[in-house]
Design a protein around this ligand. Structure first.
Ligand SMILES: *Cc1c(COP(=O)(O)O)cnc(C)c1O
Length: 410
């Protein structure tokens, strides 16, 4: 039997004496959700099992009627995945979490479980390209109306939200330009229109931004990014009220099969323990690099929320405790200059992932945002001379030397 020792998770029975004060997220990152088996292992157990057994037919029937707490099948829930969900919920300060196979599965599920034909979704234009494809191509085929707004324009939001709306979707900061959306302002307008506000918080991570405290209803993550942050596994998560997870997300996800594998959950549980250390270090290095790049003549523009030149600077200081680990760099000289810069780097790898311990750089127009086409890229502000640098955990001195030599005229 699994001993339920999840003192700081949510919705689970509590055994024995527990801390009676509010634990810091760093403590929750190490201890939240812990459910030790009868062996009292230190590290979290990996339950690689697709199914579960019952002591009697009556017990099985009672479990399926949800009258007893019993895992039924790992597409629905799994003890290792549950530990990951409880731990992330504790860090986020959310009532409940549902873990998914990928970040895109989290995004799709969080939105699709709320809409039906005839409903309306309003979203900030600037977003990850696969999210854009779901909102602009897939859901409209099912009769859902989508309205895109300039995320920075309050009047545009007000106009779009002057009628009943099911969902408002925001990515802030956005990938790759780090555009900042005013989450409290949009949440107020959205709630007046009856909408559920979903924030893709991948770029900030739970360490740097807490959208639920800013007025949003739902947060989603690609756990592939800063949560794993070590380039190993894919994963995703949806966080919100217990009611939303229970009555909207789970019924949709269980049957459509969005679940996270137990192995990935086990890897991600350990990753959560070090997430805040990693993200804080990446943020410090990213700020230094953004400041350094701003002084370089080969660089036309640097997009980083904590640079005073960034249009979202004031908002970022209010909403976030750090600027994120991603820097947008506009090269002087178009795509040729961008490609040459990437090809000359010796430490930083060319790769389209982000939030990794290894610094990674990509040219969004020809890779991550290739699919959306030139018109949408122009509307999103993604030019051919833009590159996106995800700052990792290497020495920032080495990264600056690498960037310097790659930018040098020769
Ligand atoms: C990567 C990413 C996703 C998708 O996550 P996957 O784990 O790759 O499916 C969604 N939103 C943002 C902002 C991302 O960067």
């Amino acid at each position: 039997m699994t001993k339920r020792t999840r003192p700081w998770g949510y919705g689970h029975p509590i055994d024995g004496a527990q801390p009676n004060w509010n634990l810091h997220p760093d403590t929750l990152a190490v201890r939240g959700g812990l459910a030790r088996s009868g062996f009292n292992e230190t590290g979290e157990a990996l339950y690689l099992t697709s199914g579960f057994t019952y002591d009697s037919a009556e017990e099985a029937a009672s479990a399926f009627r949800e009258e007893s707490e019993h895992h039924l099948y790992s597409r629905f829930s799994n003890p290792t995945v549950a530990m990951f969900e409880d731990r992330l919920a504790a860090i986020e300060g959310a009532e409940a979490c549902f873990a998914t196979g990928t970040g895109m599965s989290a995004m799709f599920t969080s939105v699709a479980c709320l809409v039906k034909a005839g409903d309306r979704i309003v979203a900030a234009m600037s977003m990850f390209s696969s999210c854009f494809v779901i909102l602009n191509e897939i859901l409209p085929k099912w009769g859902v109306e989508i309205v895109l707004v300039d995320g920075n324009d309050e009047a545009d939001w007000a106009k779009a939200l002057d009628q009943p709306t099911a969902v408002v979707f925001i990515e802030s900061p956005s990938n790759p330009l780090m555009q900042i959306v005013d989450i409290p302002m949009v949440s107020r307008l959205a709630h007046a229109a009856g909408a559920t506000v979903i924030v893709d918080n991948v770029m900030a991570s739970a360490v740097m931004q807490k959208p639920l405290q800013l007025g949003a209803d739902v947060v989603m993550y690609s756990a592939t990014k800063h949560i794993d942050g070590q380039g190993r596994v894919l994963g995703g998560a949806i966080l919100g009220t217990a009611e939303y997870i229970k009555t909207k997300v789970k019924p949709f996800a269980r049957h459509t099969g969005q679940s996270m594998s137990a192995f990935n959950a086990w890897v991600l549980l350990k990753s959560l323990e070090t997430m805040s250390m990693r993200v804080e270090r990446m943020n410090q290095s990213a700020l230094k690099i953004a400041e350094f790049l701003s002084t370089q003549s080969a660089v036309a523009r640097v997009s980083y929320p904590l640079l005073p030149s960034h249009p979202g600077y004031e908002l970022a200081k209010k909403q976030m405790t750090g600027g994120g680990s991603t820097v947008g760099i506009e090269l002087a000289g178009g795509q040729a200059a961008a490609f040459e810069f990437l090809n000359r780097l010796l430490v930083i790898d060319i790769s389209n992932n982000l939030g990794d311990s290894k610094s990674l750089i990509t040219h969004p127009a020809s890779t991550t945002h290739h699919r959306v086409g030139p018109l949408v890229r122009e509307q999103m502000g993604i030019s051919d001379s833009l590159v996106r640098l995800s700052v990792g955990l290497e020495s920032v001195d080495d990264l600056i030397i690498d960037l310097t030599q790659a930018l040098a005229k020769r």
